[in-house]
Design a protein around this ligand. Structure first.
Ligand code: ADP
Ligand code: MG
Length: 474
């Protein structure tokens, strides 16, 4: 439906239309003045003729001016991204319609280009943000013009627009950046240290980008944190040193006794029996140690795979109680099972969960007060308690609490119980057998299951190790 053209407000106010009509009528006015002066026309006729000219000009100019005004408003609205449909335009002139079509085509072309660029930028940002290592871009003045999420996490969220030397103050690093900015090199690689926000050893690779403009990125800086790798290396070498030390001690004892048996105790039956018993103990210790070390390395190999099987915790607890019944009896204790009825099957590795409960119950028997009961209590939990730097599963969980009576464990000892090879001095002094690896194995299995472990110890309630495990994974 064709709408009647609405008179744009702008026409009512400005004088441009009147000016144009008068200007267009000016030559005729001069001709009529000349004709009156030359007495070709009398004055009233000249005024009438001039008036006719003005009316003719008004009729001719009005639609053109009106369409021009509409075009101007339409294009202004487009440039401001305001939504004006071209159906609202009422244009009579073909030229004006063609201008609108051309402007529309141009606007569509650039809009599509802008949308494409925006989508590309968003996906580039998402890719850069998903990288685990920091990445920064600097321009020719050394100002950071881009930084991914890892860089913001390491150096602060407000690093964009800052000069790189205010963010990383290492002299070696700044010198390398300057060499690149001054055109003395195309790429630099170096190891450097920073003390803020924390002490870190970092490796940086700085690479020049093709020149685009003064303001665009001139170089990209990728950073790798070597601190973590160094810590892991140290942990591994400490582990090897500890394991060798733990094996060397019983070996030395055994070889010492062999020598004694071959020499001074050669004919001493009583001494021989005593020494052979000690040697047996030491070999048992060595095989327990090797078994624990193998378990630990096997668990570490699986650490990145989530468990898949279904596990019935009641069955695990019953299996463990049966397996340890004799050992419990030898300490004049028994293992009580307190299992709630609503415990669902959980997604977990049956054998590993059995090892967790077995190690905790074995400790409870070994280190708990003789003649007192040990309890394994299984119930549901709303969620798993969180600990910094530990990935725990959200959602409903189960808790397995293993309790024994016994003296309070000091806070210093509590903090170190899950360290590899750590054993409390009082237990070493009492010659209670152990490798110091049982709780490290427990901890690694719980980490793999995205659960958590808490320990409470006091003189009245004894010691309780509580394992939290998720019912299932996302
Ligand atoms: N229930 C417990 N009560 C008191 N101390 C415990 C208990 N469980 C573990 N510990 C202490 O933690 C240490 C580490 O335990 P673990 O890793 O199982 O090694 P192991 O039992 O082979 O010594 C033990 O040597 C002991 O000193
Ligand atoms: Mg143990």
């Amino acid at each position: 439906m064709k709408k009647t053209p609405k008179k744009p407000a702008i026409l009512e106010k400005n004088m441009r239309f009147v000016d144009r009509v008068l200007l267009l009528s000016l030559p005729m006015a001069l001709i009529f003045i000349f004709m009156v002066a030359a007495k070709i026309l009398n004055a009233p006729m000249a005024v009438i003729a001039y008036g006719t000219c003005v009316i003719f000009n008004v009729i001719f100019l009005f639609p053109m001016t009106h369409e021009l005004q509409q075009l101007r408003q339409y294009i202004t609205a487009l440039s401001r991204h305001q939504n004006i449909s071209d159906a609202q335009l009422v244009l009579e002139e073909n030229d004006a319609k063609e201008i609108v079509n051309a402007v529309n085509a141009m606007h569509k072309f650039w809009s599509e280009k802008t949308d494409l660029l925006e989508a590309q930028t968003l996906s580039d940002t998402a890719v850069l943000d998903s990288l685990p290592d920091p990445l920064m871009m600097i321009n020719a003045k050394g100002i950071i013009c881009g930084a991914n999420l890892a860089a913001c996490n390491m150096f602060g969220t407000k690093i964009r627009e800052k000069s790189i030397d205010t963010v990383i103050s290492s002299n070696n690093f700044i010198e390398a950046v300057n060499r690149l900015l001054q055109g003395d090199s195309e790429s630099e690689s170096l190891i450097f240290y920073i003390s803020k926000p924390i002490d870190q050893k970092l490796y940086a690779h700085i690479k020049k980008l093709p020149y685009v403009s003064q303001e665009s990125a001139l170089a990209v800086i990728s950073i790798y944190d070597l601190t973590k790798a160094m810590k892991i290396e140290k942990m591994q070498s400490d582990f090897v040193a500890n394991a060798s030390h733990e094996l060397r001690t019983p070996l030395a004892i055994i070889s010492g006794f062999i020598e004694t048996l071959q020499t001074s105790a050669k004919n001493d039956k009583k001494a021989q029996e005593k020494f052979l018993a000690i040697m047996k103990d030491q070999t048992e210790y060595m095989s327990a140690l090797i078994e624990n070390l193998l378990s630990l390395s096997k668990i570490e190999l699986m650490q990145d795979n989530l468990p898949e099987g279904k596990t019935d915790l009641r069955k695990v607890a019953e299996d463990v109680a049966d397996a340890l019944a004799q050992k419990a009896e030898s300490r004049k204790t028994s293992v009580q099972l307190l299992i709630d009825d609503d415990i669902p099957e959980i997604t977990a590795d049956y054998n590993q969960i059995k090892q967790v409960i077995q190690n905790l119950t074995d400790n409870a028997i070994k280190y708990g007060t003789p003649n007192s009961d040990i309890a394994i209590k299984i119930s549901r939990a709303d969620s798993i308690p969180t600990t910094p730097n530990l990935k725990t599963q959200s959602g409903p969980a189960v808790m397995i609490a293993v309790n024994n009576q016994g003296p309070k464990i000091s806070d210093e000892n509590l903090a170190r119980l899950t360290e590899r090879f750590y054993r409390m001095q009082e237990h070493k002094d009492k010659n209670i057998k152990g490798t110091g690896l049982g709780l490290s194995i427990v901890k690694q299995i719980i980490i793999r299951h995205r659960g958590n472990l808490t320990v409470q110890s006091n003189a009245y309630k004894g010691t309780t190790f509580t394992v939290y495990l998720p019912i299932s994974f996302d």
